[in-house]
Design a binder for this molecule. Sequence first.
Ligand SMILES: [Fe+2]
Length: 189
Amino acid sequence: MGLTKWAYTLSESLLSEPLPRRWEHSLGVAKRARSLSPILGEDAELLEAAAVLHDIGYSPAIAVTGFHPLDGARFLRDQEGADERVVRLVAHHSCALLEAEERGLRQELEGEFDLERPDLVDALLYCDMTTTPDGTQTTSAERLDEIVQRYGSETIVGRFIQRAAPEIHAASKRVADRMAEVSGNGQPM
Ligand SMILES: [Fe+2]
């Protein structure tokens, strides 16, 4: 089975029934990943697979610590023997290290999983942070507002996302700029 087909099948089996909205979000993030293929080249499939799998750690079937990037990456590594680049992207998606700090899990996360190439880390962050919980397209600013409202500004997630905001906006802009360059809109005169 190809990498992306395997990823969709696995993610659907873990999320679609217990967490249908999270599954819709995951499909939306994967769609965003496909839209980045002009700047991803041979890594397009890798990013789409990581995108559809990024939130599987929320699945009650595999949640252990309650910190979904770590639970998802451990499951992929230990139960699925997944491609290590997919595992790393899931482990560190969307500034997970900062949330790990809030949860006292930074050492576990960075001790077990290396960071993937920075442009791929940016690309996955962009896909996640420009996709609503329902899977539709949004901006990183609206996405962050929605997260703070949904969780509350004084919660672990609320605190984390406010600390991560500058990097989230910067990474999203880096990806958007690369896309503009490739499509010819942002080329220097
Ligand atoms: Fe996530």
